[in-house]
Design a binder for this molecule. Structure first.
Ligand code: AMP
Length: 203
């Protein structure tokens, strides 16, 4: 079993509904169990030429899951969910209804899993410089560490958080429980705690 951090992004269509449906679809993949999730954040679209305020703003979020799938199997499952939301791939960093990235992976003993193949690089090579990944990841798991780069809180402080939190519930029903061991350090806000369901109940 491994623990996976997955980043979700959308800047076309009903972005909030897409992210929520995508998170539910990820949690429903056989061999995947939801662990923790962030609220949504909004930020300006970034293209190959830099930030573009004329483009629709992005909605982003992060979910943490446990999975029995291997890294490539997980990526294939994420691509199937992207495809189900009408994702096309003509333009690199172009507008998209849904983008799902594997940000980081850990074995069940907490060892970082590093992947570098033609189709998958983990940790995601640009995660450390993207506030729209770091901010929701920190929200889902305040003690998260990006392998090879450092605590997500420090990375977020270094790049500057230019995201805005969306006033909607977290993507999963569960309270934040991403940290090992057993969440003694993970922050759980009161609203989430009262709405909590047992671990794995939503899978
Ligand atoms: P994207 O346009 O962001 O969906 O990325 C295009 C390609 O990046 C995908 O088809 C993947 O094969 C590849 N890729 C490499 N590393 C990753 C990763 N960590 N997460 C998601 N896609 C990745």
């Amino acid at each position: 079993m491994s623990r996976a951090v997955i980043a979700l992004g959308a800047n076309l269509g009903d972005r909030g509904s897409t992210l929520r449906a995508a998170a539910a679809a990820v949690a429903a993949v056989p061999g995947v169990r939801p662990v923790a999730s962030s609220h949504e954040v909004e930020s300006v679209a970034v293209t190959l030429d830099g930030p573009d305020t004329a483009k629709p703003r992005y909605r982003n979020a992060v979910v943490v899951v446990d999975t029995d799938l291997g890294p490539q199997e997980l990526l294939d499952a994420l691509h199937a969910i992207e495809d189900a939301h009408g994702r096309t791939r003509e333009v690199r960093w172009g507008d998209r209804t849904l983008d799902l990235d594997v940000v980081a992976l850990q074995d069940d003993d907490g060892t970082d899993v590093l992947v570098d193949t033609a189709t998958l690089t983990v940790p995601h090579p640009r995660a450390h410089e993207r506030a729209f990944v770091l901010a929701p990841w920190h929200d889902a798991d305040p003690s998260a560490v990006l392998p090879g780069a450092g605590p997500v809180a420090d990375l977020l402080a270094a790049v500057g958080d230019d995201t805005e939190r969306v006033d909607e519930p977290r993507l999963f029903d569960e309270p934040t429980r991403a940290s090992r061991p057993a969440d003694a350090t993970a922050a759980t806000d009161v609203a989430d705690a009262t709405a909590a369901t047992p671990p794995g109940a939503a899978s």
